[in-house]
Design a protein around this ligand. Structure first.
Ligand SMILES: Nc1ncnc2c1ncn2[C@@H]1O[C@H](COP(=O)(O)OP(=O)(O)O)[C@@H](O)[C@H]1O
Ligand SMILES: [Mg+2]
Length: 250
């Protein structure tokens, strides 16, 4: 997003910037995710869908370095980053926005973005200006403390904060969780804009139907394992998939 966005060459599809192979992880007991493989491409929205408790958040945490995988590999831009802690992954091009506790409530919007850019070599102010263009609501209240913001604004701030480091891969765990349904459309608009800048967006969202509509590629996770994958719209058009995995969920 710094003006160095690679222009895709017509006819040559870009390869994945995030590759996850046979990832197994849990919380000390039996594995919660078992040999899961996924990939995410630049400029695309990749979604993980599946029933509650399927292991979607656990998969994201294992990719983002919050829990340590017991088997498998994670590669970002071809580099092996398996088991690296979250703070090291930032410099490898991976940013993770957790479902909760994703902003500092006592800091202002601008201070939150400053903190988000701590690992940048420079250009923090320029980057904040760019992000204020993408999130005009934040620009208008940059002096406000995060805890005084509406839920929707706070989510926008969490997204912007994740983008401060110019990630190649942006991982979002239910960005619209806890928000009124009317905010969902707004958040998808922003995610689409982020995608259009060439970022690989990997997302879990509550509303499976809406998520599949936006996803260039989606993985259905059931009981911690890969069950199905395909273009989001194609999965939506498949009656059996909808009956089994979507109808009950959205
Ligand atoms: N911090 C944790 N410690 C122990 N078990 C957990 C923890 N977080 C999630 N789990 C368990 O892992 C399983 C998958 O949870 P999760 O990854 O949150 O699923 P999803 O995001 O698909 O709803 C569930 O059985 C849940 O109880
Ligand atoms: Mg979850």
């Amino acid at each position: 997003m710094t003006g160095r966005i690679p222009t895709p060459i017509r006819g040559i599809a870009p390869g994945p910037v995030l590759e996850v192979e046979g990832l197994t992880a849990g919380y000390g007991g039996p594995p919660v995710i078992d040999s899961v493989s996924i990939a995410a491409k630049p400029g695309a929205i990749t979604a993980i869908v599946g029933p509650n408790g399927a292991g979607k958040s656990t998969l994201l945490k294992a990719i983002a370095g919050l829990i340590r995988p017991t088997a498998g590999a994670v590669r970002v831009k071809g580099a092996d980053v398996t088991g690296l802690p979250a703070e090291k992954l930032v410099s490898k091009g991976l940013a993770y926005v957790p479902q909760v506790a994703n902003v500092f409530p006592e800091l202002t919007i601008r201070e939150n973005l400053d903190m988000g850019g701590y690992s940048r070599k420079g250009g923090v102010r320029e980057r904040i200006d760019q992000l204020f263009k993408l999130f005009p609501d934040l620009a208008a209240s940059s002096h406000r403390k995060a805890h005084t913001l509406s839920g929707g604004q706070r989510t926008m701030l969490a997204l912007a904060r994740g983008l401060m480091v110019d990630p190649a891969v942006l991982i979002l765990d239910e960005p619209s969780a806890g928000l009124a349904p009317k905010f969902q459309g707004l958040i998808w608009e922003r995610i689409e804009e982020i995608r259009s800048t060439g970022v690989a967006v990997l997302v879990i969202e509550q509303n499976t139907r809406e998520t599949l509509r936006h996803a260039q590629w989606a993985y259905v996770l059931v009981l911690g394992q890969n069950r199905l994958e395909g273009p989001g719209q194609k999965l939506l058009d498949d009656e059996e998939v909808v009956n089994l995995y979507v109808g009950r969920l959205s």
